[in-house]
Design a protein around this ligand. Structure first.
Ligand SMILES: *[C@@H]1O[C@H](CO)[C@@H](O)[C@H](O)[C@H]1NC(C)=O
Ligand SMILES: *[C@@H]1O[C@H](CO)[C@@H](O)[C@H](O)[C@H]1NC(C)=O
Ligand SMILES: *[C@@H]1O[C@H](CO)[C@@H](O)[C@H](O)[C@H]1NC(C)=O
Ligand SMILES: *[C@@H]1O[C@H](CO)[C@@H](O)[C@H](O)[C@H]1NC(C)=O
Ligand SMILES: *[C@@H]1O[C@H](CO)[C@@H](O)[C@H](O)[C@H]1NC(C)=O
Ligand SMILES: *[C@@H]1O[C@H](CO)[C@@H](O)[C@H](O)[C@H]1NC(C)=O
Length: 495
């Protein structure tokens, strides 16, 4: 084992040298393509950058300048007993043109091949630089003569976090994309695909990329009780549920230094008639010294916004509202991006920001905070699971009742809704990586139900929970069976 490790480190300098050369080519390309950034643009070179197009016989070049390794080239990361692959020439026949306004077409080649696992299989990656990493997983159930991928049920987990539990992709007309932000504290990370009993697992592509430390601070404003500062964000694993370019089109990975995708907001606005798109040329966005950077969000996000449609004519008496359905058993980190691209002078725009009906910021005055117009600004909020009543996160901006020098208006430029891991260390369900089930969450849910419907309904709820618990016990047993078949295999490095 130690010898194999040594072998691996000997092969490193060469591969990282090639990697750095390739990377600099891509960065140059990126500059040449240009996205109108200000001269203060921040280059970003990820220390760890694993890109794998699973099941693909050849490496894959994307239009964002990145190359995904083929399946054979990435065999050294994977320990598995088997070699079951699926691929098609192209998936363009299954993705309708409408889905490309939500999914970047540049990533379609990543979905056209997959690796299938009939037993527990594990990728292991060396980590050069501990800290937050972006992990992106791509799933699409391709046809295979012996495996019907729409019937695959499986769990995906790292050494400490459950990412997906009893997961399946039953709809073969949709692409499935998952993005995580994990704080890797050791010098390696494993990614295990564990089929549920009698089933199998698959994955189409994997990305594991270092994220800049400055992407998240350790604290945010808590919007639900206890109101105040929430500390300790670095102890949580994240899953990005929504990342939205408000008032503008999709931004594909090519337009973002961390290869993120930003979706348009048209399906999330509850009263689009009340909103109006505004935009300015991206190159007038002026990143501040300290604060938001192009790594926080590209200028394409800050150069478009939604504002109130009848601002300037009447006295608008409504909020702009975005509603996103979420799993209500988790807490969420909500990042809102603002940039005053609507005012003609400083201190003209004041508005309130609400999250799930609770005051996030009262009388937000962006230009005073940033000392300028067209200067990016962002705020992070933590929304506790206990404050999610309707299975949704609702973000609102609306006029504040304070004294205004100009007509009331409110804007939003970008929006991220990020799921936070629960006390079981899971982002999906109540099981921890070791397969034990968390009971505290079940307890708090009992309380919520009892409060809402009173004792009579509460009794029924308890009955239901007992029934549910019995069901869960079965599930737990199944998970334990699976866990006992889980085999750790020594790392195989190719020198
Ligand atoms: C795969 O399974 C799904 C769901 O059970 C079923 O609808 C579909 O017909 C199956 N496909 C094939 C090719 O057997
Ligand atoms: C990751 O976790 C370690 C240990 O808890 C902590 O010291 C570090 O600040 C965290 N890093 C980030 C980027 O959150
Ligand atoms: C704003 O622009 C986006 C994308 O360009 C579009 O989908 C949306 O319908 C527009 N919204 C309004 C209110 O015009
Ligand atoms: C905006 O939303 C907040 C929170 O949901 C609510 O309290 C407020 O009354 C709304 N404002 C208007 C003008 O509807
Ligand atoms: C949510 O609230 C519960 C109960 O007050 C608390 O135990 C938990 O730590 C909170 N979680 C977050 C992420 O705020
Ligand atoms: C809850 O959801 C229902 C149905 O989707 C909707 O009619 C209602 O307005 C929502 N309530 C809140 C407080 O968001």
């Amino acid at each position: 084992m130690a010898e194999q490790k040594h072998g691996a480190s000997r092969s490193r300098p060469v591969s990282s040298f090639i990697f750095i050369c390739l990377l600099s080519v891509f960065i140059n390309l990126d500059v040449a393509v240009g996205d109108g950034s200000s001269p203060s643009m921040v280059q970003y070179t990820p220390a760890d950058n694993y890109l794998i197009n699973c099941g693909s016989p050849d490496s894959t070049f994307l239009d964002d300048g990145r190359t995904f390794k083929s399946d054979p080239q990435s065999a050294s990361f994977l320990s598995t007993e088997e070699n079951i692959l699926a691929s098609v020439d192209s998936i363009s026949n299954v993705v309708s043109s409408s889905s490309s306004s939500y999914f970047p077409s540049s990533s379609f080649p990543l979905y056209s091949s997959a690796r299938i696992f009939s037993g527990v299989s594990m990728y292991r990656f060396l980590i050069f630089r501990p800290g937050r990493h972006l992990l992106r997983l791509y799933f699409y159930p391709l046809p295979h003569p012996s495996y019907n991928l729409t019937r695959a049920f499986f769990t995906v987990k790292t050494d400490s976090i459950v990412l997906l539990h009893d997961f399946s992709v039953e709809d073969d007309t949709r692409l499935m994309f998952k993005e995580y932000l994990l704080n890797v504290t050791s010098d390696k990370i494993s990614l295990a695909f564990a089929p549920m009993r009698d089933s199998f697992a698959f994955v189409n592509a994997i990305e594991l990329v270092s994220a800049p430390d400055a992407l998240f601070s350790d604290s945010a404003s808590a919007v639900s009780s206890p109101v105040g500062v929430f500390n300790g964000l670095s102890n949580y694993a994240f899953e990005v549920s929504y990342r939205v370019n408000v008032g503008g089109p999709i931004i594909p990975p090519k337009g973002d230094r961390l290869w993120r995708t930003w979706q348009p907001d048209d399906q999330l606005m509850t009263f689009p008639q009340g909103a109006k798109n505004v935009s300015v040329p991206p190159d007038i966005i002026n990143y501040p010294e300290g604060g938001a950077t192009p790594l926080i969000a590209p200028n394409l996000v800050y150069s478009t916004a939604s504002e109130m449609a009848d601002s300037g004519t009447a006295n608008p008496n409504f909020n702009l509202t975005w509603t996103m359905s979420v799993d209500p058993s988790f807490s969420y980190l909500i990042r809102l991006h603002f940039c005053d691209i609507v005012s003609v002078s400083l201190n003209d725009l004041y508005f309130n920001v609400y999250v799930n009906g609770m005051m996030g910021v009262s009388g937000l005055d962006i230009s005073t905070l940033t000392s300028g117009l067209a200067v990016p600004y962002y705020r992070d909020f933590v929304l506790n699971a206990s404050a999610i009543s309707n299975g949704s996160v609702m973000v609102q901006v609306g006029p504040s009742s304070g004294i205004q020098s100009s007509l009331p208006n409110a804007i939003l430029n970008g929006l991220e809704v990020i799921k936070m891991s629960n006390s079981a260390g899971s982002l999906d369900g109540l099981f921890s990586v070791s397969g034990t089930q968390q009971n505290t969450l079940l307890g708090s849910r009992t309380m919520k139900i009892a409060e809402a419907f009173g004792l009579a309904v509460g009794m029924t709820a308890i009955f239901l929970l007992v029934a549910q618990a019995a069901e869960r016990l079965g599930e737990a047993r199944q998970f334990l069976d699976m866990a006992s078949s889980f085999q750790f295999q020594p790392l195989q490095f190719h020198v």
